[in-house]
Design a protein around this ligand. Sequence first.
Ligand SMILES: NC(=O)c1ccc[n+]([C@@H]2O[C@H](COP(=O)([O-])OP(=O)(O)OC[C@H]3O[C@@H](n4cnc5c(N)ncnc54)[C@H](OP(=O)(O)O)[C@@H]3O)[C@@H](O)[C@H]2O)c1
Length: 235
Amino acid sequence: MSSQPPVENLRLSPAEPAAARSVQQVAVIGAGKVGTVVARSLLEAGYRVTLSGSGDPAELALMIGILAPGAEARWTADAVAEADLVVLALPLHRLPDLDPALLAGRIVVDSMNYWPPVDGSIAAFDAAEQGSSPVVQQMFPEAIVVKTFNHTGYHHLEPDRRPAGHPERLGLAVAGDEPGAVALVAGLVDRLGYDPVPVDSLAATRFLEPGGPAFGARLTAAELRELVAVPAGRP
Ligand SMILES: NC(=O)c1ccc[n+]([C@@H]2O[C@H](COP(=O)([O-])OP(=O)(O)OC[C@H]3O[C@@H](n4cnc5c(N)ncnc54)[C@H](OP(=O)(O)O)[C@@H]3O)[C@@H](O)[C@H]2O)c1
């Protein structure tokens, strides 16, 4: 028998601050370089984790057993239905594969970057002066998008993890428009081994993306905070 709470209990309602709920199960969508490293880190931190790709989960099971043992392969729709939190770790050009209705009401971590050599040229992202995550939010208007993980290399994410208070602990930006969702993801980032640096707007995250000063820079929280931009129009 499943120990999962009913799916409806995991959806956000305006009256329910996201931070008040605890994350136990995470659906990582995309079982490539980032997805498997994020999955492994989450498992080590004590979360239940599913991984899904674009196809039959049976085809992922062997790879997951080697690269993220303990994670479970799922169809994406089943993974999302079971999860308290969703991590998008697929190439941006594949994002239109996902039905926006699937992510309605979900807190969704955007770990992705627009990378034309892989993604090709996509007009909406080419024109996105405020970065890729506001576009992702527009594509999934009923989801609550929180940006993190994107500014570190997949090969650094695991070895850079440190316990709280460690002098070499690095920071990870956690950006979003909904404070409760940012707080919830910040708690997860902390548990993974990074000092979360909250950023209160998806529109202020260009500095985290390819070409930006924080991208691949492996910064402490204090160093990251110095780079947090104030969105245009804000005092
Ligand atoms: N590599 C890095 O260091 C790094 C760091 C930060 C952020 N990022 C960003 O993270 C994202 C993922 O990068 P990556 O390096 O992990 O890519 P990757 O190794 O190519 O893996 C992408 C995965 O996404 C899956 N996928 C594609 N379409 C899907 C769909 N519709 N549903 C579910 N899964 C799907 C692919 O599986 P299938 O075989 O099923 O297509 C593949 O396993 C990109 O946006 C990238 O820019 C990368």
